[in-house]
Design a protein around this ligand. Structure first.
Ligand SMILES: [Zn+2]
Ligand SMILES: [Zn+2]
Length: 349
């Protein structure tokens, strides 16, 4: 549309206008930081803004970033860059250009980064077909029983996928079609507006069925688990013991993967630490009502909850208010954790 609007004026410039506009869009996309800015001008007003910062725009991208960024809600839109992990002297400081994509698999991220920022990522996660040993994109082989299909050359989007257990080779379109069919089944469930309980039951069934087709750490299964966690967090007081245990296991499972792929100070880890602590709080409260329960096990649970909540609080307390909604969300988590920590201290000491 931009091209249509200005081509009449610039047709005689003597260079390839379309290519130039694509190049400029790429430069802006790769260097700009998008944020949601909330304002109150008689009514709530939300705008998406793209900001360019001379220094922060120099930061390199990685799909396993060692730093994170946030933009505050002041008029100046100040940016803060914070170390997410320990950064050694001389190590390149990296951030994720497209944060939501860090949950997905390499092929998905490659296509998305190329689309938005016009470059093919070659970070340590993208260059490793096992995605740092997580097997987050691995598919069970179509031809043998125990092998997994992985891309031969992970940073080449049209590379064939080979099995690590037999000599099976699969072309990318077949892999994409296979994954799209699973995603479509998932979307058919989430779009139907079932009640929370019914949707959780359907997703658990899909998780079991799809677990036979993909590696247990596959990013699509992580997406199912995250959806189940987000649905069940609202009804933890009413779920039965089996469902509570399953909720706790989903959180622990997701945290283990996030520890590798989104290490350190990240929103995903902070949320999972908070969600897991909520599941464990319900578990310990049920255990304390049973006189037969082991006191040591109960004390250990309190310690685990305390650890998770202090870690999550560290993240939420330090989040800049890049939008009013986000600030309110972070505050809400922080207030809830502080209240629960106060109660916990009497059990721990
Ligand atoms: Zn990458
Ligand atoms: Zn095989």
């Amino acid at each position: 549309m931009l091209l249509d609007n200005i081509s009449d004026f610039l047709n005689d410039c003597g260079y390839d206008l379309e290519q130039e506009i694509i190049r400029i869009s790429g430069v802006i996309n790769v260097n700009a930081f998008s944020t949601v800015k909330s304002e109150f001008q008689g009514r709530d007003c939300v705008r998406i803004v793209q900001c360019i910062y001379p220094w922060a725009s120099l930061l390199a991208h990685s799909c396993v970033p060692n730093a994170c960024w946030s933009i505050d809600n002041t008029k100046e839109l100040r940016i803060s860059i914070r170390a997410a992990t320990t950064i050694k002297k001389g190590e390149i400081i990296t951030i994720a250009y497209n944060l939501p994509e860090t949950m997905s698999g390499t092929l998905h991220r490659l296509i998305s980064t190329e689309d938005v920022a016009h470059f093919l990522c070659r970070c340590k996660r993208c260059s490793d077909k096992t995605e740092l040993g997580t097997f987050a994109s691995a598919i069970k082989c179509f031809d043998c029983e125990n092998g997994y299909l992985l891309p031969e050359s992970p940073t080449t989007p049209d590379s064939e996928w080979e099995c690590c257990g037999c000599d099976s080779l699969q072309a990318v379109p077949k892999i994409v079609l296979f994954l799209n069919n699973i995603e479509e089944t998932y979307e058919n469930i989430t779009r139907r507006q079932y009640s929370r309980d019914i949707e959780v039951k359907k997703l658990e069934l899909l998780l079991r069925q799809t677990g036979d087709l993909l590696h247990e750490n596959h990013y699509i299964l992580q997406e199912f688990r995250m959806r189940i966690i987000n649905l069940q967090i609202h009804s933890l007081d009413h779920v039965n013991e089996t469902d509570l245990e399953r909720f706790i296991n989903h959180c622990k499972f997701m945290l283990k993967i996030a520890d590798v792929l989104m290490p350190g100070f990240s929103k995903t880890r902070a949320l999972l630490q908070f969600f897991l602590s909520q599941g464990l709080l319900r578990k310990v409260s049920r255990k304390t009502q049973d006189p037969e329960e082991n006191e040591k096990e109960i004390a250990d649970l309190y310690k685990e909850i305390h650890y998770l909540q202090t870690r999550a609080l560290l993240y939420f307390n330090n989040q800049h208010s890049f939008s009013l909604r986000s600030e309110a969300e972070s505050n809400q988590f922080a207030v809830c954790i502080k209240r629960q920590l106060k109660n916990l201290e009497s059990y721990i000491n």
